[in-house]
Design a protein around this ligand. Sequence first.
Ligand code: FMN
Length: 168
Amino acid sequence: MQKQVPYSEVKLMKFPEPVHISIIRDKNGKYNPISMAWAMFTSIEPPMVAISIGLERYSYQAIEHSGEFVFVLPSESMGDLVDFFGNHSGRDLDKLAEAGARTQPATKIDNVLLADAAANFECVVKSKVRSGDHMIYAGLVVASHINTEPASRLFSVEHRVFGGVKPK
Ligand SMILES: Cc1cc2nc3c(=O)[nH]c(=O)nc-3n(C[C@H](O)[C@H](O)[C@H](O)COP(=O)(O)O)c2cc1C
């Protein structure tokens, strides 16, 4: 049996949900990380990942310029970083430098990886579709990287509250 209630109430049922970070180069060459829940793997061959970015975000301007992104699966220990990247804008500061995040160079695109993440994927945008107040970008995965130490993935269990789940 189901009962109809407002969308704002029902959408809380989505938790827990995986959280991600996308790093996008802006027009000045700064690598700007954005925390991101709305993302998914969308194709096996070729491998593709889609991310949804709000039209008001600084990251929206950046991806329209660079057409590339690094898609990061943060590890369990990165909750504070996700909170920081998701509550500050690259308009105002260099989030990676401010947070002291450990990075290493990407190999196929002009960007960086998060060294302590569970995994990083280098992606090149192939198509986009407007979805209300967000734009969805589908990116071709051109390189994939995994942590040399086994890492639990980060989930959001409520707004701004995070927990880890170990992959099999
Ligand atoms: C856990 C979490 C998930 C988020 N998911 C998304 C998302 O899927 N898409 C989006 O555009 N913003 C999302 N946000 C909000 C952006 O991360 C936030 O507005 C950020 O400050 C934008 O940074 P920018 O201005 O540098 O682009 C999320 C924030 C948090 C904390």
